[in-house]
Design a protein around this ligand. Structure first.
Ligand SMILES: Cc1cc2nc3c(=O)[nH]c(=O)nc-3n(C[C@H](O)[C@H](O)[C@H](O)COP(=O)(O)O)c2cc1C
Length: 359
């Protein structure tokens, strides 16, 4: 048994949903903790006014009774409060009445860097909105909700996961000024985030197959987040420029390490050190000073779509990255320790720690 996550939802549709399967029974969830993480995702300097427009809250539809998981699929829902402005434009069924609100006119001006052109070509859409609505990072809200549940499970095993911003627009500090400058130029920025997981015991993941490798799973999870274009584990690319004598983490009696340049993973397995991963985010593709494009309706040169958008969303990405890393670690822990019930999982954890402690 493993943890599985399925999500659905468009950016301006009625709601986002997530179904989490494989959670052990008996895990006490905290609604405020999930809502707190959802709120964190909406924060950050450089976000669009949409974030003030809607305050995300989780609703639980199944899998929970009196706050405790039942060991059955957990169904989570986060409403798009902004949908009230898109009721006609994003109506799941053929809309009734005269067009009103937003999204009533087809979008034909694909933005370089967004899903718009590749999406309409692949799926045969006429209206770019049919592609961009799902491609949008709005649905990272339910990744964050799922990640919050995962963090609660990991906390039972003494593991904590924290994401933070390393740089925005190439600035390691003073990035609010960089964001102000970009906004004034009607431009956008990207950046780098870091996720650290402490308390991770040795033995998550495996070298047995490519799919089992924890580093591969974390990289895929982070790459699965919109706008992430690079991932490194530990000192990643810097290691590529060094000698082996400088690059590897020497082992001392007590099986302690002198350094952690590997970022807590060797051969696709957690090695007991802190897990450290970083993700690089490209500048956001929606510019208020639009890039050159082509009008798909006419084939003529045109300017790309301009719609409400963030200048930078790196702080939000740090929260999403934390969530997807937590989810992957919880999934690997569930595979390692089994456990239909949380008590079984904790007992297996204690027995495993005891076995490895005596080495
Ligand atoms: C938290 C977050 C917020 C984002 N906000 C925006 C935004 O406001 N405007 C925009 O153009 N792209 C935004 N993006 C990036 C796009 O969703 C992304 O670039 C697009 O879906 C194309 O996918 P790709 O960049 O992975 O190739 C955001 C990404 C994240 C992770």
């Amino acid at each position: 048994m493993t943890l599985q996550l399925s999500t659905a939802g468009e950016s301006h549709g009625p709601a986002l949903v997530a179904i989490l399967t494989g959670l052990p029974a008996g895990l006490m969830l905290d609604r405020d903790a999930i809502d707190g993480d959802l709120h964190r995702r909406q924060q950050g300097y450089g976000r669009s006014p949409r974030q003030q427009l809607e305050r995300d809250e989780v609703e639980v539809l199944a899998g929970l009774r009196h706050g405790r998981t039942l060991g059955t699929p957990l169904a989570l829902l986060v409403r798009n409060r902004d949908h009230r402005n898109w009721e006609w434009g994003m109506s799941p069924w053929p809309p009734v009445g005269e067009p009103s609100g937003k999204g009533t006119k087809p979008v034909t001006l694909p933005r370089p860097g967004h899903a718009d052109l590749a999406g309409v070509l692949k799926y045969g859409h006429e209206d770019v909105r049919d592609a961009l609505e799902r491609a949008s990072a709005r649905h990272t809200a339910v990744y964050v909700a799922a990640g919050s549940v995962a963090k609660t499970l990991l906390a039972e095993l003494g593991i904590s996961v924290t994401g933070s911003v390393r740089e925005i627009g190439g600035q390691a500090e003073g990035w609010t000024a960089a964001i102000d400058d970009a906004r004034a130029d009607r431009d956008t920025l990207g950046g780098v985030v870091e996720v650290r997981a402490t308390g991770v015991f040795a033995g998550l993941g495996s070298y047995a197959t490519r799919e089992d490798r924890l580093d591969a799973r974390l990289a895929a999870a982070l790459m699965g987040v919109q706008a992430v274009k690079g991932v490194e584990v530990g000192d990643g690319f810097a290691l590529a420029r060094e000698r082996g004598s400088a690059a590897h983490d020497e082992i001392e009696p007590g099986l302690r390490r002198r350094s952690n340049r590997a970022g807590g993973i060797e051969a696709g397995i957690s090695n007991g050190e802190e897990i450290v991963v970083r993700a690089g985010m490209k500048p956001l593709p929606t510019l208020m000073r639009p890039l050159d494009s082509v009008d798909l309706a006419t084939g003529e040169p045109a300017q790309a779509l301009v719609e409400r958008s963030d200048v930078a969303a790196v702080e939000a990405l740090s929260v999403v990255a934390e969530a997807v890393v937590a989810w992957e670690l919880a999934r690997a822990a569930r595979e390692k320790l089994g456990g239909d019930a949380l008590a079984d999982m904790k007992a297996a954890h204690a027995a495993y720690l005891e076995r490895t402690r005596t080495r």
